[in-house]
Design a protein around this ligand. Sequence first.
Ligand SMILES: [Fe+2]
Ligand SMILES: [Fe+2]
Length: 171
Amino acid sequence: MISGKMEQALNEQVKYELYSSYLYMSMAMYFHGLSLKGFANWMEVQAKEEQAHAEKFMHYINDAGGRVVLQAIDQPPADFKSPQQVFEETLKHERFVTGRINGLIALAREENDNAAYAMLQWFITEQVEEEATADEFVNQLKIIGDNGHGLLMLDREMISRVFVPPTAAAN
Ligand SMILES: [Fe+2]
Ligand SMILES: [Fe+2]
């Protein structure tokens, strides 16, 4: 049975995962505005992934005997300076989320909550990937600089990303 404190902390995390989804959707719309369809697609897939993360937390709260209470989601930024700045913001945001996951793990340890601890391991691995990917795009966009050809090449590459829901095995 989940503690009140853990239930509240996980409910808060649901909000942050949904905010992540909201943020990436906003970034997708920025890319659509620039006619960078590949970047927009990549961010739309990213937004779906974040929604799947929120669902993972919600299902866990339910399974552990807690109650999901959805909270208000902040408005994400609507304007961005450049594709590079978008991925710098993404990296910053993912680092923030990693910090939150680490905080949840610290709480799970404190409360001797092995079930929550086990569930959170998946997110630790996921966050390493998320940060690495964002960092990679920042670096690639730095190389591209003002080169329109380079930007369009990367855009073509990003159109092929498809949403793969987290598998049952990864649950
Ligand atoms: Fe997430
Ligand atoms: Fe993420």
